[in-house]
Design a protein around this ligand. Structure first.
Ligand code: BJW
Length: 251
């Protein structure tokens, strides 16, 4: 594709972007897909192809087989370390500077928005690069590597686990509260690269719609949000976002 091409977007969408004062963006795994990070519900590769992510990302799975779950996250952590932010992450970092208020909320645990230059990112589901104690629920920055998998907490000798939010666990309170506050007070909400099936994150565009915001979805596939969104743009975020910004005159 010619990088200079500017796709035709609905004129009302361009107007909404040009007029927006308070912008909220919610991202999901699709935003990192073009960096080479498999999306959450993608088929797992190699060693992990026989496991369903939904069945590994739970406290019950960790209790049942802590070694298996720790190793899955160790494999994913290495993957994340080996990749770079893509054009979609960079477009969002550039957008922040162009609106009076701009909040980036992510469900992703890979830290790629921050590496692309986004500041103040609200991480709803934690961060895979941090580790915490399963028993005490406190972040553990360092531990002695004895070869045991998972390693043990230096304080209580309980198992360590990734500092991410598993199914059935509460989201970090400050993060979800702030996400709901900005979603109910924005005039433009973008939902990008998420299947819109995991709550409470999937509630955020619903809140924005109810309070009268323009809601724009960017995704190659339809989701439960598609029929509700004001505009739904079909395509990969690493292409659609830069094109949209060029059309609005932001990049
Ligand atoms: C592209 C692309 C490209 C591809 N460009 N796009 C209300 C109703 C029903 C259920 C519940 C409810 N409230 C709570 C629940 C239960 C549960 C839930 O939502 N279950 C549903 C699945 C039914 N929620 C919870 O348990 C949450 N906790 C909670 O609510 O606490 C209170 C409570 C406690 C006890 C009982 C009940 C309530 C916690 C949710 C935690 C989610 N954690 C995970 C794992 C994080 C760690 C890890 O990564 O391993 O977060 S699950 C997983 O899903 C991960 C993701 O952040 C999250 C969302 O996935 P995402 O980002 O949408 O990825 P995909 O793979 O699903 O989709 C990718 C999309 O990208 C696709 O649409 C592609 O088309 C698209 N795409 N290429 C743009 N290039």
């Amino acid at each position: 594709m010619n990088a200079e091409r500017v796709a035709a977007f609905h004129p009302d969408l361009i107007t909404a972007l040009r007029r927006a004062q308070r912008v909220v963006v919610l991202t999901g795994a699709g935003v990192s897909a073009e960096s080479g990070v498999p999306t959450f519900r993608d088929a797992q590769a190699g060693l992990w192809e026989n496991f369903k992510p939904e069945e590994l990302a739970t406290p019950e799975a960790f209790r049942r087989d802590p070694k298996l779950v720790w190793e899955w996250y160790a494999w994913r952590r290495e993957k994340v370390r080996s990749v770079q932010p893509n054009a979609g992450h960079k477009a969002l970092a550039a957008m922040a500077k162009r609106f009076a208020e701009f909040t980036l909320i992510t469900q992703n645990v890979d830290g790629l928005h921050q590496r692309a230059g986004s500041a103040g990112v609200i991480e709803l589901h934690g961060n895979i690069t941090r580790t915490k104690c399963f028993r005490e629920n406190i972040v553990v920055p360092e531990w002695t590597n004895t070869g045991e998998v998972p390693p043990r907490c230096p304080q209580c000798k309980g198992h360590l686990r990734p500092d991410v939010v598993w199914f059935g666990e509460d989201l970090p309170e400050a993060a979800i509260n702030e996400a709901m506050r900005v979603s109910s007070a924005c005039d433009l909400f973008l939902s990008i690269g998420t299947s819109s099936v995991v709550y409470p994150a999937a509630m955020l565009p619903e809140i924005a719609l109810r309070t009268g915001a323009t809601v724009v979805e960017i995704n190659p596939d339809e989701t439960p949000l598609t029929s509700e969104a004001t505009f739904s743009l079909r395509g990969p975020s690493g292409t659609v976002l830069p094109e949209l910004l060029r059309a609005v005159g932001i990049s």
